[in-house]
Design a protein around this ligand. Structure first.
Ligand code: GLN
Length: 196
């Protein structure tokens, strides 16, 4: 399965390594045309405002078409890009997930931390999972069609809507492969992509 990792900026290489470890054929996506060659896409962490600048209007439109049609997984800045509503400050979202997300929501003191949360998409068994948060956003509203698949305390930290998923933490920085495996499972599944 050919999976793209958006490689404009941010920690795309850690995603590439993890996906390859799980057997995916990975393409680093640097040009919008490459979206035509792949069956799923990971949008990594980084700085969401910078992503928007680097994408430009045409790149944003092409990416928007992709995420509304094919499986996509966004982490951190990637989660921000996939959201319908972005706060602090307000910025454009691709609207693939009916969520409202607040950038840099944990303040300066605890802006980066490693915590233990629960990953609920996993088959029965231990749902505890390490979560690395780096200047993380917070999911403030979850629309009716959106499933919460991971929590940290009482906060939703990973969600799924159709074949689009997002996490506010960085699973590519932990040894645990379950979150990326869940995305690859989604890429292979027949679950239709839900529309807003
Ligand atoms: N704070 C970043 C943003 O608002 C996201 C941080 C990250 O991706 N690690 O885009």
């Amino acid at each position: 399965m050919k999976i793209g990792v958006l490689a404009l900026q941010g920690d795309f290489d850690a995603h590439r390594r993890r996906l390859e470890e799980l057997g995916a054929d990975v393409v680093l996506v640097k040009k919008a045309e490459q979206l035509d060659e792949i069956e799923g896409l990971v949008i990594p962490g980084g700085e969401s405002g910078t992503f928007l600048k680097l994408l430009g209007e045409a790149g944003f439109e092409k990416l928007k078409q992709f995420v509304h049609a094919k499986p996509t997984f966004g982490t951190c800045a990637g989660a921000i890009l996939l959201a319908a509503e972005v706060e602090n400050p307000k910025q454009a979202g691709l609207g693939a997930l009916d969520i409202r997300i607040r950038r840099n929501a944990y303040g300066r003191q605890i802006d980066s931390s490693i915590r233990e949360g629960r990953f609920l998409a996993e088959k029965p068994g231990d749902s505890r999972i390490e979560m690395v948060f780096i200047r993380a956003p917070k999911i403030e509203r979850v629309g009716p069609g959106v499933e919460v698949i991971a929590t940290e305390g009482s906060d939703p930290v990973a969600v799924r809507q159709g074949r689009v998923m997002a996490a506010t933490f960085h699973p590519e920085l932990s040894d645990d492969t379950r979150v990326h495996q869940a995305f690859l499972d989604l890429c292979g599944a027949d679950t239709p992509v839900r529309r807003l």
